[in-house]
Each structure stands twice: as structure tokens, then as C-alpha cells.
Design a protein. Sequence first.
Length: 154
Amino acid sequence: TVNGALARILGPLNGLVVTPNNSGNRILYSHSGSENTILLAQNERGEIISELTPATIASKCVWSTNNTNLVICGVPTNLIGQLPDSWYAGSTHFIDNIWLFNTSTQIANVLVEPKTTFNLDLDITEPTLSPNEDYLLFINKTDLSLWALRLPEF
């Protein structure tokens, strides 16, 4: 932004979806591989710092502002269809679990399994964290309802 020049950061990649953190020094991106979706975290120098598994579409994720290494995502129990196009078009819906990824340690933990815990099918879109990061707010893409989920301390 200092000199107004544009610079390519990524691509070309099929099905590229990018979610930057609030500081702008890290990005989470997903793209369609030959047979599956790939989810990666990258720093401001363009270095891949972590491949996150299980993979999801990057727009189903939100970065923590309290800890720049943490990402919370809605992760489908199975990725199907021509992603991400079929999901954005509404022809594919998922049943998500909520995962916490640490891009530094490359440790991933399931925070909540809504299908098992609450008998709910949630397809998470537009995730955001409350100011204290004690709630995950999101829209269930299946019926466009708004949800708030209290998070454990992390």
C-alpha cells in the first residue's frame, strides 16, 4: 500500500478461496487439488507455515485476533462435489464439525461435533468471533439461521 503497486501473492489455483487474518500478515487459503481440497496457512513472506487437515473451504474459517496462530473452522464430515463452486451455488451442503487449528504447532482439535452433541446439521458460513473470542458466530447455510456457540477456553 505504500507505493500503490499490485503484487501477486498466490495463483493461479483452481477453486482458490482466501481468508486473511486481521493483521494482514497471514492468510489461510484453500484450493481444489486433483482429487481433494487443500487448506494451507501462509505468512507475509509467502512461506507456507502449515497444511491444515482435515481440509475445508477457507471461507468457513476465522482467525483468532488474540493468538495469531489459531484458526477456527467449520470442517465438513466429507467434502463432495465440485468445490467450492457447488457449495457457493447451493447445490452442495455439508454437515460440519468445528475444529481449532494451531498453525504453529500443526495440532488440530475438534471443538464441537454438532451432529453428535446437539443432533444438528450445521453448514457453517460467515464465521466470526466475539470480541472476547468466547463465542463463535456464524450462519447455517442450510436454512440461513444465525448461531452463536460458546467456545471453550483455548
